[in-house]
Design a protein around this ligand. Structure first.
Ligand code: NI
Ligand code: MN
Length: 229
């Protein structure tokens, strides 16, 4: 069974049945909720990044450089990472709606309605934000990234076993819209994310659980806690 581990905010670790190690939206060193730091990683195979905001991208380049992992993200972010010294053979660009069969499974970038800038010391570039839909041996995972509620989520109905949805409000969906997203997607299980990291996005995840009701199971993970699916 794939094992998913929450590291706070939108950062997750994922180990597949085959033992391939993935991190989604790496934000460790400055993440107030994280149980890990970049220096805790020695071996890693893939880094997936939904968009270029620092709370999703900040440790993508350091982690990729440290571990030799391959960075999978939008074309623009991958191109930006190359200017920061990640070798081209460890970069895999995707665009929204496009996917690729990787050794760990099929990964597709999904639409997200959100901001577009990647900031870095060499300036900034525009990069479409997205999410990831992963078809792994053992289950299908959807990491929504940072997004508003969008009707496109209805296209995922019946195709998601575990959904990772932001509930923090202010920068993303809040609990009510996230509960509507659950109605759109009908996953087996939802794990709320992108909340409680700082004051603007304080939420009670139990309230989200109540709003979801019988539509799906809700599992609230603490940083460092894992879920097998
Ligand atoms: Ni963002
Ligand atoms: Mn964010």
């Amino acid at each position: 069974m794939p094992e998913l581990t929450y590291h706070g905010h939108a950062t997750f670790g994922l180990t597949t049945e085959e033992g391939i190690r993935i991190v989604i939206d790496p934000w460790f060193d400055e993440n107030p909720l994280s149980d890990l730091r970049v220096e805790d990683f020695d071996a890693l195979d893939y880094v997936l990044c939904t968009h270029g905001h620092p709370d999703h991208f900040a440790d993508a380049v350091p982690l990729t450089k440290r571990t030799g992992a391959t960075l999978v993200s939008s074309f623009e972010i991958v191109e930006f990472a190359e200017t920061r010294g990640v070798p081209g053979d460890r970069l895999h660009p995707l665009s929204i709606g496009g996917g690729h069969r990787f050794p760990f499974g099929y990964a597709k970038m999904t639409p997200a309605l959100h901001g577009t800038r990647v900031h870095g010391s060499e300036g900034r570039v525009d990069a479409m934000p997205g999410g990831f839909w992963l078809a792994l041996d053992g289950g299908r995972l959807y990491h929504a990234g940072d997004t508003a509620l969008i009707t496109d989520m209805q296209l995922l109905r019946g195709r998601v076993d575990v959904a990772l949805l932001p509930i923090g409000d202010n920068f993303t969906m809040g609990p009510e819209d996230a509960a509507r997203a659950v109605e759109f997607i009908e996953p087996d299980l939802v794990i709320p994310m992108h909340y409680d990291t700082f004051d603007l996005i304080r939420q009670d995840p139990d309230e989200f659980r109540e709003l979801v009701g019988e539509t799906a199971r809700v599992r609230i993970l603490s940083p460092g806690e894992s879920h097998r699916f």
